[in-house]
Design a protein around this ligand. Sequence first.
Ligand code: MG
Length: 286
Amino acid sequence: MKFATFSYQGSDHVGVVDASAGRVRPVSGVADMVDLIARYDALKSSLGSGADIALGDVKLLAPIPVPKRNVICVGKNYLDHAREFAGSGFEAGAVRGAEIDEYPAVFSKGPNAVIGPTDDVDMHSEITSSVDYEVELTIVIGKSGRNIAKADAYNHVFGYTIANDVTARDRQKRHKQWFLGKTLDTFCPMGPWIATGDELDPENLAVKAWVNGELRQNANTRDLIFDIPTLVSTISQGMTLVPGDLIATGTPAGVGIGFNPPKFLKSGDVVTMEISGIGRIENRFV
Ligand code: MG
């Protein structure tokens, strides 16, 4: 199933999406998406009825509009991107020939960064001139767990959504740590909804991004260096993951700094991202 959070006639709802029919059916009796995720096993059988609404008549929000904790992000998780990043001059401490890390690089973005699938991204032109895009398959945690074994990892996953890990490259480089360049307000468009894990094969999804209609990123999640079980297991070591936690799994090659000279975003640019089996997000940069 696909679940969206949306505004309709002045209030916010969670609903079941029928993407091919272009309809969404509100789910009653849940406080928000995290509440639905936490009680999903009990609610599952009662989600089937009620009036639906045309998707064109609602405003989609981020599936979890204000995450309770930071969005956890993985860096350098596709080989071609790890190489383009190391070669770009924007990775502090890059070591040529050692682009693949032994352990995943993990950082985070604050809840302040999250916006919806069609919202505008504020380019913060007063503090950065090197705004870049990164399409990423994002894991939505369903069941709490700590020290999760790889073999058990998918039992803790509720589903998947799309995130744009927008980055101010100058800040990422200058501060030698990625947080300040990644967590600016509006720097994490997400959506358009969550596809549950039983809907797709997360290890074989096409991941694409366009800038003003020009295809820039075109990859498949089978090329992740650290796969989903490895990420869930690694991140949960000593840290309890809870329903609604979000893990962005890293971006493939084709970001702006992969070009020489770099192609940073300009005001008015439109970035479109699509992952097969999930959907598409499209945000204007202003
Ligand atoms: Mg990223």
